[in-house]
Design a protein around this ligand. Structure first.
Ligand SMILES: *Cc1c(COP(=O)(O)O)cnc(C)c1O
Length: 435
């Protein structure tokens, strides 16, 4: 008789896991307050006081800057917008190379293309999955202008090593901190470790406003450039008397008053939500790492991990079953999360496919259809996106990485025990999977 649910046995659990429910009365009241004011956004795309947005946006920025200990916070309508804004503010020009990670959400690598910049992929660290400083150094050329680092899964990037490389080669560092708000690396918050950092406030992130993002920097000049690009720079620079109009083609990346009001309430909850994730992951890790062949995520020396997701490394040789077969069997033992039932069980393998394998890079077609910016007179390098350029990420993606979201508050010890039991059960009965 089969024991494993995937073979028709009884699953460990069928009752859905509790929803990640973080929008409450406080947010509802904040929205109500804005609705009653009837000012849902107050921006003007010209040089006047409202160029900086309405009162909620400005208060939200002030509170965000204070919380993260940074001079400027600039609210935007998404982290994707924020990264594009940062690349523009960094004066990236056609043919400039920007070093990026192959293991992230796609927005952190495509932003340079908007300004004609060339994404150059460096490999990731075996242990922490962030950009590997050694690989970055190998990819630097005379055309390199910036590095976009990512605090992937909630782990801060290796700021000491990478910032030193950047300083040596006069490169700007942009930190995509969408997945690591509220944790520190050596007494500084992730997101504030580079020249510019960007947070996300989309629905899936630790805290959210539906959609949204915040850019932070300590640099006054960069802050002004970011504010300009966010809000129709082209129409504003004249009135403001700005001399350097490089990349001052403006966008509308503005956050509304409604979202800013929600964001102010969400920020108050961040600390607790991150703490609970850390506790839950520690609880899971202690138990799951007793299973031979499963390895809990390491946390960088001097850093905290925000656990946007919970990564595990799988050793096929030690377990004797290939990763995808094993995880399919664990998935069959577990239920989805409430409110997100349609997404299925939040346990999967691989993570993001190494991004240079996307059609945009394989076909080298981004802006228009003639190969810009990958080929043309502005670029005398050769962008290479062949399979094999980053062997570590390919191996981790194909064979080793397992990711789950079954650690978000308000998961209780009993809920977490069910997750552990599902892994243990499949491990104990793994012979069934070999038949
Ligand atoms: C979510 C995410 C983004 C994009 O955030 P949006 O606010 O949805 O644009 C960028 N980078 C990483 C690493 C992310 O996880």
């Amino acid at each position: 008789m089969s024991e494993l649910a995937i073979n028709g046995g009884q699953p460990v659990r069928t009752k859905v896991f509790p929803a990640y429910s973080i929008i409450g009365k406080e947010e509802q009241e904040a929205v109500q307050r804005i609705m009653e004011s009837e000012i849902l956004s107050k921006y003007l795309g010209s040089w006047e006081p409202d160029f900086y947005g309405g009162p909620e946006v400005q208060e939200f920025e002030k509170e965000w800057a204070q919380y993260f200990g940074v001079k400027h916070a600039i609210a935007v309508n998404s982290c994707t917008s924020g990264i594009q804004c940062a690349v523009g503010a960094a004066s990236i020009s056609p043919g400039d190379e920007v070093i990026v990670s192959p293991y992230t959400m796609v927005a952190s690598v495509t932003a340079p293309l908007i300004y004609g910049g060339i994404p150059v992929f460096a490999d990731i660290e075996e242990e922490y999955f962030c950009l590997d400083p050694k690989s970055i150094e190998e990819k630097i050329t005379k055309r390199t202008k910036a590095i976009i680092v990512v605090d992937i899964f909630g782990q801060p990037y290796d700021a000491d090593a990478i910032n030193a490389i950047a300083e040596k080669h006069n490169l700007i560092v942009i930190e995509d901190c969408a997945q690591a708000p509220g944790v520190k690396y050596k007494n500084k918050y992730a997101g504030t470790l580079a020249d510019i950092g960007i947070y996300s406030l989309n629905y899936h992130k630790h805290i959210h406003t539906g959609e949204g993002g915040v850019i932070v920097t300590d640099d006054d000049n960069l802050a002004q450039r970011l504010q300009l690009i966010r809000n129709h720079a082209d129409a504003v620079v004249g009135g403001m008397g700005v001399e350097d109009i490089t990349n001052m083609v403006g966008f509308n990346m503005r956050l509304t008053e409604l979202q800013a009001a929600i964001g102010r309430e969400q920020l108050k909850k961040l600390d607790r939500l991150v703490k609970e994730r850390i506790e839950n992951c520690n609880y899971l890790d202690e138990r799951l790492s007793k299973i031979p062949g499963l390895r809990a995520p390491k946390v960088r020396e001097g850093a905290e991990h925000a656990y946007y997701v919970h990564p595990l490394l799988y050793d096929e040789k030690e377990i004797g079953v290939d990763r995808d077969t094993f995880i399919d069997a664990v998935v069959a033992e577990l239920p989805p999360i409430e409110l997100r039932e349609s997404e299925g069980v939040r346990l999967f393998t691989g993570g993001a496919k190494p991004l240079y394998l996307l059609p945009i890079f394989q076909k080298k077609i981004a802006i228009g259809n003639k190969g810009f910016p990958f080929v043309g007179p502005h670029y005398d390098g050769e962008a290479c996106y062949d399979k094999g350029i980053c062997p570590v990420v390919e191996r981790i993606y194909e064979k080793e990485m397992v990711i789950d979201e079954l650690m978000r508050p308000p998961m209780t010890k009993e809920d977490l025990d069910d997750v552990v039991r599902a892994f243990e059960k499949v491990y104990e009965h793994r012979q069934e999977l070999k038949k």
